[in-house]
Structures are given as C-alpha cells and as structure tokens.
Design a protein. Structure first.
Length: 259
C-alpha cells in the first residue's frame, strides 16, 4: 500500500469515527425513548421522592436561575450652571436630577445544588434555595440558545425561573427533561418517532469505506482457497421484509425498524 493509499484510509477512518461519535448517543436515546421508564429515587439523590415517582435524571452541581434586576441609572440629569454672587459665593441655576431608569432583569444564578427530573416534576435543592416545578402547573419551557440553561414557567409563579447546567451535560439534561414531559403528557410515541427520524438521517450519511482491492487470481494449475464467510457488522440496512430500514445486530435481524 502506497503513502497516498494510507493517507486516504486514515482519512476514512477519521470520518467514520466522527460519525460514530454522533450516531452513538442518538442510537442510545432512540432506545430509551421507546422503553425506558426512569429509575427509583435513592437516598443518594438528596431529594425525597414521592410515592410511585421515577427519576429520569439526578444532576449534582447544577444552579438555580432567577431574574435579577441590574442597577438603575439617571437619564437627562443636568448640573446646570453657576453664577458668582459675592466673594466666592456662587448660585447654581438649572440643576436637574432627570429621570431614574430601572435596570433590566437578567437571568442570574442564585444558588448551586442538585436537580431532580422525574415523571412528575422538576426539583432544585440547594444550600440556600429550593424550587419545585410541578408538571400539572407547567405552562411552558425554553432551552436557551446561547447558554446551557432551561427556563420553566409555571402558573403559580409570576417570575420565570430555571436550571443551569454545563455544556457537557446540555444534551443529557434537555433529552431527559423532554422525555419526562412526553411521558407525562402522553406524547411519548411522537417523541420517540422524532428521535428515530434523527437516527435514520444519521444512518443515511454513514461514511462508506472504499472496498479493498481484490487479490490477484491464483496462478494456473494452483487450487484457489475459498474466502471465509463474514457476517455484516451491526447497523441499519434495507428491510428485507418491508420498506424502510431494519437493525442488524451483527448476528441476526432485530425487531427495530425505521422509516
């Protein structure tokens, strides 16, 4: 194998490793979206669970986010001007304090602790503050596009609060929260189908390695050795029994299918 061939093979291996790093977590999420129902809440969580409650995620080192108002400022203030009156005494004319403008409210971390995402609620337990967002009172939620935090809006609280996590746990937190909400709202099948579509899209762009060069045929008069039969590696392949794709685990067809 020449140098260019080796470089090309290394590039293909790198592309496939990058693809595997993306498809691996999505494959795991697809499986969880279909049949994972959470875990019991243990004492290690530091939060007392309710009867029949299942934990979808226990995350330590998270932060509680609440809006805090920045310092205000005066606008339109004028010092006016002064005129001399008598031997060092001056009289100021036209001074004005202007108008005081309140500062904007910005999301601010106010405490650090543990977050529990369950099939009934989201709970934050910190050293100074604690919050509970019950799903029956949840109006909506929003994942911030710039920072790794999620805002949770409930009907019994005027100000929107939320939880802050790290960039390393961003995908984990958001997936587990959306899975828990889908389970509570009865839309789990729709949520699982959306994950399956993402997985199918990734499977469709799997880098295909270049077929190895065929060995030279045996010389005349020499018997040829039959090649060993090798099963395809695990992955998604065209469904032999229907349309779409079906998952091959490396030894046999599974029941998992995708569009």
């Amino acid at each position: 194998m020449g140098l260019l061939d080796k470089l090309h093979e290394h590039s293909q291996q790198k592309q496939h490793q990058d693809w595997e790093s993306h498809v691996g977590p999505v494959r795991e999420m697809a499986q969880m979206a279909h049949d994972w129902m959470g875990e019991p809440i243990t004492a290690d969580a530091g939060i007392i669970g309710r009867r029949g409650e299942s934990a979808y995620l226990v995350l330590k080192g998270a932060a509680l986010i609440e809006p805090r108002r920045l310092p205000g400022h005066w606008t339109g203030r004028s010092q006016g001007f002064s005129v001399p009156v008598y031997k060092g005494i001056r009289y100021r004319v036209g001074a004005s304090k202007g108008t005081f403008q309140q500062g904007d409210e910005v999301p601010t971390p106010i405490d650090q602790g543990t977050v529990l995402i369950s099939d009934q609620r989201v709970v934050f337990a910190g050293s100074k503050q604690s919050r509970e967002w019950l799903y029956p009172k949840l109006i909506g939620f929003h994942h911030d596009d710039k920072l790794p935090w999620t805002a949770l809006q409930v009907s019994n609280r005027q100000k929107v609060s939320g939880i802050l996590y790290t960039e390393d746990t961003e995908t984990l937190v958001r997936f587990r929260l959306e899975l828990a909400l889908a389970q509570y709202s009865g839309t789990r099948a729709v949520f699982a189908a959306s994950i399956d579509r993402q997985l199918a899209d990734l499977m469709a762009i799997e880098p295909k390695p270049t077929p190895p060069a065929q060995p030279a045929p045996p010389a005349s008069g020499q018997p040829s050795t039959p090649a060993a039969f090798v099963l395809p590696r695990a992955g998604w392949y065209p469904n032999p029994e229907s349309i779409g794709q079906r998952y091959w685990d490396g030894a046999q067809w599974t029941h998992r299918t995708a569009p």
